[in-house]
Design a binder for this molecule. Sequence first.
Ligand code: 13P
Length: 284
Amino acid sequence: MNLVPMADILNKANEGGYAVGGFNINNMEFLQAIVQAAEETRSPLILQTSEGALKYIGMDYVVGMVQAATKNTTVPVALHLDHGSSFEVIMQCIRNGYSSVMIDGSHYPFEENVRLTRKVVEAAHAVGVSVEAELGRLGGTEDDLSVDEKDASFTDPEEAEEFVKRTGVDALAVSIGTAHGVYKGEPKLDFDRLKEIKERIKIPVVLHGASGIPEADLKKAVSLGVCKVNVNTDFQQAYAAKVREVLANDPEVFDPRKICGPGREAIKAAVIEKIMFLGSNGRV
Ligand code: 13P
């Protein structure tokens, strides 16, 4: 596969003051739409699969499709595991050609999160694969991962500094008020916390749960040092809305290409919009 380590993409973004999307793939249409959007805007790209998507699509299909999609790409692309839950699943992804992995030990006590992350970093770095970790817990739902509001917790800047020093991770996902999935109320981001985190850690900071975050807030987060912004729900909603519209407008339609094709175009338009907000267009 024609892939680069995620750290190559993110270190440039960190220096350049922009962010790159970590865009989730759910099926072939998502993959095609996202790659086309990155090509057209000349943006570096991080394609990511959750464990749920991996289960749904299958490892061989993910790898085969990404191989096909990146065969002729002219922008740098990383393939990243989103929210890896164990050392085992991370090893499977590395063996199958992923150029980046996330180990999500955010639900463990601090010391256990450090231990697990350190172990993944040692193994991944030995073969040139980048590692993202998470400290603090986001609320909301992503696939089988559901965190109740009351169990969500913000990232402590001092702990973040110690965590990065002790683990050697390439990028750190932080919790500053975003949530996975659809927001129940108005999201309120703790920009002061983000500023303090960024003063203490120099590596790229990652914002998960970016769907539904207003453009101005996203831009502010990027200006304060966020270099990777994860988006899934916004694109799923764009796809579903278009498919619903097609079905409602034509009760006779049954060809999946006539149903999913317009859905793919809707994803692409939403991805292009997000790339523009993040400022990663033209950065290759
Ligand atoms: P959203 O689905 O809320 O955009 O979150 C995506 C994400 O953070 C993937 O890790």
